[in-house]
Design a protein. Structure first.
Length: 141
């Protein structure tokens, strides 16, 4: 049995969507939809698939996030690595059906104590991204 690494922190964002898990899953796994709320990508929901998220480069960052799909459980759980600028983390989305729709929990884990700026940036960024996801899901048929 391994003990959890208590030296790292996680960013957790939870949101209830008034839509079934199937719609939320589409927004998480269809590349063109992911691009609408997150970033340009070559994502495919296939375990082991390596892909990149691409954003506008800024000073000291080339705008590229290297990722690999770790877990694909349709309409339930999606997880991938998220590596950029020395941050090696894991992003996991967990979908839970509710009476009103779907509870989404997003966790990005692996922030070391010396990565406070990345932690704060991710906390801000994911709040914004998940808000954008709501618009995308609302537009799905």
């Amino acid at each position: 049995m391994t003990t959890p690494d208590t030296s790292t922190r996680s960013v957790i964002v939870e949101k209830e969507f008034p839509h079934p898990p199937k719609k939320v899953w589409r927004a998480l796994t269809e590349g063109p939809l992911v691009q609408e709320w997150l970033m340009d990508n070559d994502f495919q929901p296939v375990t082991g698939h390596r892909f990149t998220f691409r954003s506008t480069p800024v000073p000291n960052w080339n705008g590229i996030i290297d990722c690999e799909v770790l877990i694909v459980e349709p309409n339930n759980k999606l997880s991938y690595s998220w590596n950029s600028m020395g941050l090696e983390s894991i992003v996991t989305f967990t979908l839970t059906p509710t009476e009103a729709g779907t509870h989404l929990c997003m966790e990005q884990s692996g922030f070391r104590p010396d990565q406070e700026a990345a932690y704060k940036g991710a906390n801000y960024g994911w709040q914004k991204f998940i808000g954008g996801m709501e618009r995308v899901i609302g537009g799905l048929q």
